[in-house]
Write a protein that binds this ligand. Structure first.
Ligand code: ADP
Ligand code: MG
Ligand code: MG
Length: 876
């Protein structure tokens, strides 16, 4: 077996065999960049090393042959006192593990060759400097001598000569230092390794060993680098070039574009008269690359030219190490740069425009998470204190505000212009006005799909939920964590990216959306076979969604419209109405209000479809709580003045109570047994549509019926409610509009009978929150607190199916349903509007499960951009 390859004979694409570092060197050599010549020992040799516990037979012979070829090319000889070749022995696995493994520089030095080096670089000082570096590096890495031993001597010498920085040590001092180092060798291991070939063999052995050093192992575990990704290190042997030869020499690092802004400029630093890691070690202050343009314009031009060549070739921004020896440029390393989200988007767009990337490549290069991260303010990590508590990062964004413990106070404080964070044990639909008033939400209970989390995401407010260390005490208006007590009005900061909660105000940085953000998403849309719609309930949400590129509304929940200020009372009277006439006349009061809401939102979404879901939740959610009523009624009785109204309300609440309301009297069941609400809604919707149409505006109404389990439910509602109401409305207003009728697919039975359902509707949309609940028989309001975390910990589920669609069950059922539906009605419009519609991972899963069976994904406004990208990527 062949264990070594010269830089000009290896195949740079075989990264697993050569490791990342050597494959980069080989690639640069092939492209004609100036790379000091060298050879690579493959990862296969390292594997063999670990199998046999020794260097593979024949390896050193191969290395010797290779070294002779390097000698020929460089015109110097390894171990030659007159004109010595020196090399570095460098680690490098298939994936970059920065700083985790070892590298030895200046190998081949001893008391004789150091003289030849001094002649070659024309500086005794620089040669001695290289020698002392070699002795300490080799001693530490190869012989295991403690680093402090060398540092002590170094500091002693520096003190003796009164210098602060290493390069200032005079020649005399360096000579003394070298003698001290040799004494350390003698004392600690008993010998010196003066023979360059022996040095080389031991260094190779040590680099192989560094693959299994505790820090390297830990790094691989932490970053999930499994053997199929990287399973041993290669070793690169590279002839040394000297950035410390004189003041026209330097060592440097650069990114081929700015890694945080993406700006197309060389970005990095260099340090004259320096070697190796000096630039990043912070010993001396390096200079920005822009300075090199003034100092050495020809070198700069060359650096620029080759950097661009590398980018074009790798189709990726590069992170480069270089050295200048006496005015000549050498490349020592290149790898793909790690960049922040803004830079990823900008560079994708720029490289596409420059013709470096195709449209598809540009779209695939950015991750949907990058897009999400760009949208929210961030904690200024550098200046952040220690967090007070930690919960689940359930809605991204970082914000500071004053704590309030109930939604009414949130509204009150906000009216006074205060920024508040609503802190609750958990939240419920009645608290939603508090969400709108608050800048962020914090709860001590609940999971990623708890009410607080879902609503916060839907309206784009940062939230941390389930911060269990926090004890909420509503009666004292305070919360405690350990010994700390925070009271109403105190400042806190929550970070919805990390789940951290901080006491006090912690600085955040606002995201600025660059032009490229929008350009890039348009580019993504241009390859996408899907549209992205938004889940939006208000005109504000709708316009945000539209700004973010939503192609319509996929779910407009109408419940809010009944909870709006001033309407809840009216709606309660409707629910409590004793006669049909009373109810009808009360509803007539409500309709114009609803119509106004629909007009606004249809107006904002002009030209795009708006899918309006008819009333869905159980009615008792709109009435006061049972406990409250009982105590009020009893108190009144005790006072001897029974409250007739309250008693009636209590009776009604009792009558509406259900053991299991989420599976009870709601959705279409309510529409059938209590049709007046649906009638009122349909009338308000169509009146709004007609009125806009009369103004010449383009409205696309889609009416969606929830909770259908049996196709005949649709027949009933359509023929008894929707059709007659539409006819009446159109007749009364003297004009009609086109509209579609569809259903939400959220019961298992609707999915199993999707063909029957499809025949009766124009569109269907999977409500995957309820569908997931139904498929698992997991109550989505309870799972998070009770058992989900245990399930995930035990690996019984790979992830929370309420966050990411269940590939094995729910997605499979959807696939079946879509096939049934399309067989019955080929062109039926099918979408998804559950939380999963805005989750890039779910989009990916659905992409492979149902492909183009779906027409669109619907996501909450702030998740629309990431969903656009995810959908584009599954289209390719
Ligand atoms: P790491 O993986 O920790 O970056 P490297 O193998 O890249 O380790 O080397 C450490 C430092 O030494 C880098 O700054 C590199 O540029 C420099 N270096 C490595 N080989 C040579 C060489 N042959 N000549 C000059 N400098 C070198
Ligand atoms: Mg390096
Ligand atoms: Mg539902």
């Amino acid at each position: 077996m062949k264990y070594t390859y010269m830089f000009d004979e290896a195949n740079p694409d075989d990264v697993k065999l050569l490791g990342g570092k050597a494959s980069g060197l080989v690639m640069m050599t092939k492209l004609g960049l100036p790379v000091p010549y060298g050879l690579v020992i493959t990862t296969q040799a390292c594997k063999k090393y670990y199998r046999d516990n020794k260097l593979p037979d024949g390896l050193m012979e191969e290395v010797r042959t290779g070294m002779h070829r390097i000698e020929e090319k460089m015109g110097r000889r390894f171990g030659d006192p007159a004109n010595p070749l020196l090399v570095s022995v460098r680690s490098g696995a298939a994936v970059s593990m920065p700083g985790m493994m070892d590298t030895v520089l200046n190998l081949g030095l001893n008391d004789e060759t150091v003289k030849g080096l001094a002649k070659y670089i024309n500086s005794e000082h620089a040669a001695l400097d290289a020698y002392r570096r070699f002795l300490s590096m080799f001693g530490k890495i190869v012989l295991g001598i403690k680093e402090e031993r060398f540092n002590e001597s170094l500091n002693k010498i520096k003190a003796k000569y009164g210098v602060k920085e290493d390069p200032e040590i005079p020649v005399e001092g360096l000579k003394e230092l070298i003698e001290e180092y040799k004494a350390i060798y003698k004392a600690d291991v008993g010998y010196l390794v003066e023979d360059p070939w022996k040095q080389l063999e031991l260094a190779i052995d040590a680099v192989f060993k560094s693959w299994n050093s505790p820090r390297a192992k830990f790094y691989r575990e932490a970053n999930r680098i499994t053997p199929d990704i990287a399973d041993c290190t290669a070793v690169a042997i590279v002839s040394m070039v000297f950035g410390n030869a004189d003041w026209r020499s330097a060592t440097g690092v650069l990114f081929t574009r700015n890694p945080s802004t993406g700006e197309n400029e060389l970005y990095g630093e260099y340090l004259p008269y320096a070697q190796g890691e000096d630039v990043v070690a912070g010993i001396r202050t390096p200079r920005p690359i822009s300075k090199l343009k003034e100092d050495m314009p020809e070198v700069y031009d060359e650096l620029y030219k080759y950097s661009k060549m590398l980018e074009r070739h790798k189709k990726e921004v590069q992170d480069v190490e270089f050295t200048i020896e006496k005015g000549k440029l050498w490349f020592l390393q290149t790898r793909n740069a790690k960049m922040g989200p803004i830079a990823m988007v900008k560079t994708s767009m720029d490289m596409y425009k420059e013709g470096v990337l195709t449209r598809e490549e540009a779209v695939m290069r950015v991750k949907p998470d990058h897009i999400t991260q760009m949208l929210y303010p961030r904690i200024d990590e550098a200046n952040a204190p220690k967090p007070l508590a930690k919960g689940l990062p359930s809605s991204p964004g970082a914000v500071s505000g004053r704590i309030v413990f109930d939604p009414d106070s949130a509204v009150e404080w906000a009216r006074k212009g205060e920024k508040v964070i609503l802190a609750r044990e958990e939240t419920k639909p009645d608290d939603v006005h508090g969400f709108y008033a608050a800048v962020g939400i914090l709860t001590s209970r609940g999971g990623m799909t708890s009410h607080a989390a879902v609503v916060a995401r839907a309206i784009g407010k940062p939230a941390v939920v389930g911060a269990e260390e926090i004890r909420m005490d509503y009666s004292r208006k305070e919360m405690r964590v350990g010994d700390s007590v925070l009271r109403e009005g105190d400042w806190i900061t929550i970070d919805g990216f990390s789940g951290n909660v901080y006491a006090g105000k912690v600085g955040t940085v606002e995201p600025k959306l660059p032009r490229e953000f929008f350009e890039f998403l348009d580019l993504a849309d241009s390859v996408s076979i899907y549209g992205i719609r938004a889940n939006a309930d208000t005109p504000e949400d709708a316009s945000i969604a539209r700004k973010f590129g939503a192609r319509g509304i996929g779910l407009l929940r109408t419940e809010r419209m009944f909870r709006a200020p001033g309407r809840l009372e009216l709606f309660r009277r409707i629910i409590l109405a004793e006669s049909e006439e009373e109810r009808k006349s009360l509803l007539d009061e409500l309709i114009p209000m609803l119509r106004q809401d629909f007009m606004e939102i249809l107006g904002v979404m002009e030209g795009l479809p708006v899918t309006i879901r008819l009333f869905d939740p159980p009615l008792h959610e709109f009435l006061p709580s049972l406990d409250e009523l009982i105590s009020e009624v009893e108190r009144a009785r005790a006072r001897g003045a029974p409250d007739k109204e309250k008693e009636r309300m209590l009776a009604r609440v009792r009558a509406l109570m259900e053991a299991n309301p989420m599976m009870g009297h709601r959705g279409v069941r309510l529409g059938i047994t209590f049709p007046d609400i649906y009638r009122a809604q349909v009338r308000a919707i169509l009146e709004a549509g007609v009125e806009l149409a009369k103004m010449g505006r383009d409205v696309r109404v889609q009416i969606m019926i929830p909770q259908v389990a049996e196709a005949k439910e649709l027949d009933y509602v359509v023929s008894n409610v929707v059709k007659p109401t539409a006819e009446e409305t159109f007749k009364a207003s003297g004009r009609s509009i086109e509209f579609k009728v569809g259903t939400m697919m959220e019961t298992v039975r609707a999915c199993l009978t999707a063909d029957e359902v499809a025949r009766r509707v124009d569109f269907m949309s999977f409500g995957t929150n309820d569908l997931t609940q139904a498929v698992f028989s997991f109550s989505r309001d309870d799972v998070e607190n009770k058992f989900m975390s245990k399930y995930l910990e035990l690996g019984l589920l790979p992830y929370d199916p309420f966050t990411t669609i269940d590939a094995g069950g729910v997605a499979k059922l959807m696939k079946m349903a879509i096939e049934l539906a399309r067989n019955a009605k080929k062109d039926i419009e099918i979408g998804i509007c559950g939380e999963h519609g805005g989750d890039p991972k779910s989009i990916e899963i659905l992409g492979s499960a149902v492909g183009d069976g779906l027409n669109y994904f619907s996501a909450s406004p702030y998740r629309v951009p990431a969903a656009r990208l995810a959908a584009a990527q599954i289209s390719l």
